[in-house]
Design a protein around this ligand. Structure first.
Ligand SMILES: Nc1ncnc2c1ncn2[C@@H]1O[C@H](COP(=O)(O)OP(=O)(O)OP(=O)(O)O)[C@@H](O)[C@H]1O
Length: 421
């Protein structure tokens, strides 16, 4: 596919059709709706507003009744398709709403849904659609993102949950005002599956508490997004997540093998639905995913439109305590008697200040002391070590808020962020 020059194009969409586009990696695009009604992944577009889409965006505009739109920008692909699974997705939403209404009558909890499927099968998009449709009719479901590679709740390397109270912003996604976030530190569950599973159980416990405390959230139900690792240990961790959240419905994106395996392994009360993958879902390369992760961290500090102003300040070594979760795995034969290599995976390892920490991202833990269970305590936010001065015994950090840091225990990510615009 050849790259077109930036240009203004208008498209007339018939009812039940979608306009799919991919912007090139180096330029943003603008979209306007000129006539009719349309939505982007379940969020309605407002007339006379110019929506700005980030570089490399891959998205679609769907219309139930027909519309006329204008796109300005450099696209790699831009086309209209009438072959969309949207009716099936909306039927799914209707079924969930039916479950909520039944739950209301029977005074039980609303649907607990988990969306699974291989990488690039449209899981996040289906979650976003179902959440948007739910809030559009007054529900407030809890969204949990277990995808540590491409989280829609917080930065990569974390798992998080938020109560969705309004539709996702077309440009910026869900409002991430007060998410509950736990530090994992890596961008794939495989790096430390033991820790990952502990965090999944922990976040499930907290979500259960939230649902016990809020009747509305309990009735609205939960929607859990998962990562694309669906074989071997990845499959086991999906089963673990299903058990932790006590899900009663699993949506499997297009893969029959996964559907059949889960059908066999899940208890009877768990319903399984196989949904087709949209022809518009784009397969993203490793480098695109890496760039997307970096963009996500940048967005955390600078805002989605470069509209935030982070702070840089010095922090004395003595003011903070740095830790990493998990020590390198040693063969069992090298460990003290009775200890297993798996125990190392949840070990809290103190990290000494050194120049190797430059550019590393750190979570600011909500813990008050290292004696607390650092793994299972949520995090307040993130900083980046911009500079380390061993002589002055201080770090220079990039932080979303001005000094001082809210708490003093910092947890190290594998991930680095180099702050160049
Ligand atoms: N109908 C569509 N038209 C155009 N682009 C789409 C459509 N549906 C999804 N996409 C895009 O395809 C990409 C992959 O979709 P999505 O993130 O939902 O998949 P996923 O299964 O959650 O991916 P993974 O778990 O591997 O990160 C995203 O960039 C999304 O915006």
């Amino acid at each position: 596919m050849t790259e077109k020059d930036e240009r203004v194009e208008e498209f007339k969409l018939e009812k039940d059709s979608e306009f799919r586009f991919e912007l090139v990696d180096h330029s943003t695009g603008h979209l306007e709706i000129l006539d009719g009604m349309a939505e982007v992944f379940g969020t309605e577009l407002v007339k006379a507003r110019k929506y700005v889409f980030d570089k490399g965006t891959k998205a679609s505009v769907y219309t139930w009744h027909g519309c006329h739109i204008k796109l300005t920008g450099k696209t790699e692909v831009a086309y209209i398709s009438k072959d969309t699974p949207m009716v099936m997705y909306v039927n799914m939403h209707v079924a969930l709403e039916q479950m909520r209404m039944n739950a209301e009558k029977e005074r039980v909890r609303g649907p607990r849904v988990m969306v699974v499927g291989p990488a690039d099968s449209g899981k996040s998009t289906v979650c976003r659609l179902l959440l948007n449709y739910a809030v559009r009719i007054g529900r407030t479901p809890v969204f949990i993102d277990l995808d540590v590679g491409q989280s829609d709740v917080s930065i990569p390397g974390t798992i998080g949950a938020l109560t969705v109270e309004r539709p996702a912003d077309v440009e910026e996604g869900f409002n991430q005002c007060a998410p509950l976030v736990f530090h994992y530190g890596h961008v794939t569950p495989a790096t430390n599956l033991k820790l990952y599973n502990i965090l999944v159980s922990r976040i499930a416990d907290v979500v259960n508490m939230k649902c016990d405390a809020s009747k509305k959230a309990n009735l609205s139900g939960i929607i859990v997004n998962t990562g694309g690792w669906v074989r071997g240990a990845g499959y086991d961790s999906l089963k673990h997540a299903a058990g932790s959240f006590e899900v009663d419905l699993i949506i499997v994106m297009y893969e029959e093998r996964l559907y059949t395996e889960l059908k066999k392994d899940m208890p009877e009360f768990v319903r399984l639905v196989l949904l087709p993958k949209s022809g518009g879902v784009v397969v993203r390369s490793q480098s695109y995913r890496g760039d997307a992760r970096e963009r996500k961290v940048r967005e955390y500090f600078y805002g989605p439109r470069n509209n935030l102003f982070p702070h840089t300040f010095e922090v004395k070594f003595s003011e903070v305590k740095l830790f990493k979760i998990g020590a390198p795995t040693l063969p069992d034969s090298c460990l003290p008697l009775g200890m297993k290599s798996q125990d190392n995976k949840t070990k809290i390892v103190p990290v000494q200040p050194s120049t190797s920490l430059v550019h590393h991202v750190f979570s600011v833990s909500n813990a008050n002391s290292p004696e607390e269970n650092l793994i299972e305590i949520n995090v307040l936010g993130f900083i980046v070590m911009v500079e380390i001065n061993l002589e002055k015994q201080c770090f220079t950090v990039l932080s979303p808020s001005p000094r001082p840091l809210p708490k003093s225990i910092l947890l190290q990510f594998d991930m680095q962020f180099i702050d160049i615009q």
